[in-house]
Design a protein around this ligand. Structure first.
Ligand code: FES
Length: 203
């Protein structure tokens, strides 16, 4: 690859990484933050991104890659828009993570390590995510969802759908509970909007 066709990070990502690197005596110390910024923009850490970060931080690509593969919060292969990391470690396991994982598998019609056909969800199995007090739990994107129960799983998924502004019934087999809650949410929004307009209407 010649210099002109080299993958380049965006100016905003470079700016954030440089400001992080300025905080440390060695630029290498900024590698984790650099990976985080790059992933936030690109969704995952490709080989091109590893190489670009290595050039920026004066490192060998392997030094960046080994950090990216050490932490499971970094994705070194493409993932859906909403990566779901379900903790299956001891505390979560004892409090029902197997049932939660099975329900997600069933409703999203994907297994661990797979992405839904519409590219929205990737289901991942995770080791302890440091929130044992809220077991069983999962992380969707960057958001922690704790104290999961089969009965409230639909509510958590609705929250994700709201975040991505998906106020439509999904073509995926997201369970009926999710679809019902979405419908209720839409109806209640319309109800309160109507009520508000009636109350503010001049006599
Ligand atoms: S065991 Fe699941 S968060 Fe610690």
């Amino acid at each position: 690859m010649n210099e002109d066709s080299e993958f380049r990070l965006s100016d905003s990502v470079i700016l954030k990484i440089e400001s992080e690197a300025d905080k440390y005596p060695a630029r290498k110390a900024a590698v984790k933050s650099a990976l985080r910024y790059a992933q936030a923009e690109h969704g995952w850490i490709s080989k091109d991104i590893v190489a670009a970060l290595a050039r920026l931080l004066d490192l060998e690509p392997i030094e960046v890659f080994e950090v990216a593969t050490f932490y499971d919060m970094f994705y070194t292969s493409p993932v859906g828009r909403h990566p779901i990391r379900v903790c299956t470690n001891v505390s979560c396991l004892l409090r029902g993570s197997t049932g939660i994982a099975n329900r997600l598998r069933e409703d999203l019609a994907i297994d661990f390590g797979e992405t839904s056909s519409d590219g929205r969800f990737t289901l991942l199995e995770a080791e302890c995510l440091g929130a044992c007090g809220g077991a069983p739990m999962m992380i969707i994107g960057d958001d922690y969802h704790e104290d999961l129960r089969l009965e409230n799983l639909g509510t958590h998924m609705v929250h994700v759908c709201q975040l991505s502004q998906l106020f439509v019934v999904s073509p995926l087999r997201i369970n009926q509970q999710v679809n019902l809650l979405l419908q209720l949410h839409i109806v209640s929004k319309q109800f309160f909007a109507t009520l508000f307009s009636l109350r503010t209407r001049r006599p």
